[in-house]
Ligand binder design. Structure first.
Ligand SMILES: [Zn+2]
Length: 85
């Protein structure tokens, strides 16, 4: 079992939606927090905000992004931005 490099929880076991074969979620790249893998929760709450900070986003904008991450699956966020222009 692979563990999250940040919170040390086990990364979830997942089943392929079609074949039903069990495989292990390899998680997310935890950079720049560390060089390991991390779980969905740490990715959303620690790794992404850290990257935003490094990119120089101010705190209000980061909080806005975090709200979006809570409210929308991460792949929907781009759609939201594209839709609001
Ligand atoms: Zn974690």
């Amino acid at each position: 079992m692979i563990k999250c490099s940040i919170c040390e929880d086990n990364l979830e076991e997942q089943k392929h939606p079609i074949t039903g074969n069990v495989f292990f979620n390899k998680g997310h790249n935890a950079k720049p927090v560390n060089d390991g893998r991390c779980c969905d929760r740490c990715n959303n709450t620690i790794v992404i905000p850290r990257r935003m900070e490094i990119m120089g986003m101010d705190i209000d904008l980061r909080q806005y992004h975090m709200k979006c991450i809570e409210e929308f699956p991460i792949n929907k966020i781009k759609e939201k931005y594209n839709g609001s222009k």
